[in-house]
Design a protein around this ligand. Structure first.
Ligand code: NDP
Length: 286
């Protein structure tokens, strides 16, 4: 435990709801390991309070903040500078206070890359990747996959326009080939036949339009890595199904840890203890 004094540097995660956040655990674990006189807390902030909250970061000399739902997409107008990746994703999850200049980053991109390559050991960038969902998190995953060298991405989503928008951006910026498919079990069964990676980015288990989960009908995933961005419960139903179908499965805890690790590196210019942070997060969530 640090001894809080007049020199303690404050960091925080802002969002709503926020009391369940693992970010204070992850960052304070790293601060303690690195012996930094720093402390990380959580503040409940609504989207309409974004301007005032970022004003307070400057005014109080808070070293930096992470942004979570519903703030990632509303911070940009109140920042002094925005990193290229955050601009591409259209979302900021990390704000660094550089002597009164607020600089926005997106570390979800690196979070997913680390988890997929280092934690899951996936390296089949030559094969098409199948994604389910086209929301905010999906944009970060899509940019991450493109930066990793994936050249073909299929997206299944309820609203085709949202998937098309992501794929257009990937095509223009990275030359990625993309295809859009409906969120429907037969279409997904056909897509996953030739993939080595299936990523669920929905905040729920995938369902048909009639509200029935369709994952039970899919089989033979022995050659496939299946990733779900959710981590609570540790094995979402979708991953449980994928395991039963033979897949290697990963939840989003590694991504959560690695986005926090990169944010901490922006905050402190020190290397984050990733393995320790992941161990702590796993202990807490299991
Ligand atoms: P969003 O709310 O932006 O997700 C939107 C997506 O969900 C869209 O594809 C949307 O489809 C789809 N969707 C919403 N409701 C329905 C429905 N009733 N039927 C079908 N599709 C639906 O969430 P995020 O992208 O911000 O987050 C997604 C998940 O990822 C969350 O569980 C979040 O906690 C997790 N996450 C994990 C992270 C980590 O570090 N592990 C980081 C970030 C997020 P449509 O386009 O048709 O509206």
């Amino acid at each position: 435990m640090i001894n809080i004094d007049g020199k303690t540097k404050l960091y925080a995660v802002l969002g709503s709801p926020i009391s369940h956040s693992l970010s204070p655990l992850l960052h304070n674990t790293a601060f303690e390991y690195l012996e930094l006189n720093s402390c990380y807390v959580a503040f409940q902030v609504e989207a309409k309070e974004m301007k005032e909250a970022l004003g307070a970061v400057k005014c109080l000399g808070i070293g930096g903040v992470n942004l979570t739902h519903p703030l990632k997409e509303v911070a940009q107008p109140y920042l002094d500078q925005i990193d290229e990746k955050a601009r591409l994703v259209g979302a900021v999850n990390t704000v660094v206070n550089r002597e009164g200049n607020l600089v926005g980053y997106n570390t979800d991109v690196e979070g997913f890359r680390w988890s997929l390559l280092e934690e899951a050991g996936w390296d089949r960038t030559d094969s098409p990747v199948v994604m389910i969902g086209a929301g905010g998190a999906a944009r970060a995953v899509a940019v991450s996959l493109a930066e990793t060298g994936v050249s073909s991405i299929k997206i299944h989503n309820r609203t085709s326009e949202n998937a098309t928008e992501i794929l257009d951006m990937l095509s223009q910026r990275y030359g990625v080939n993309g295809e859009v498919f409906p969120l429907e079990k037969d279409a997904l069964a056909a897509s996953i036949k030739n993939t080595s990676l299936l990523v669920n980015t929905l905040p729920m288990d995938p369902m048909d339009a009639d509200g029935k989960p369709f994952y039970k009908n899919l089989r033979h995933l022995e050659e496939t890595t299946v990733y779900d961005l959710r981590y609570s419960p540790p094995v979402p139903t979708f991953l449980d199904w994928a395991r039963q179908a033979g897949a290697r499965t990963f939840n989003g805890l590694g991504m959560l840890m690695a986005q926090a690790a990169e944010a901490l590196e922006y905050f402190t210019n020190r290397q984050a203890p990733r393995e320790l942070m992941l161990k702590k997060a796993r202990e807490y969530s299991e």
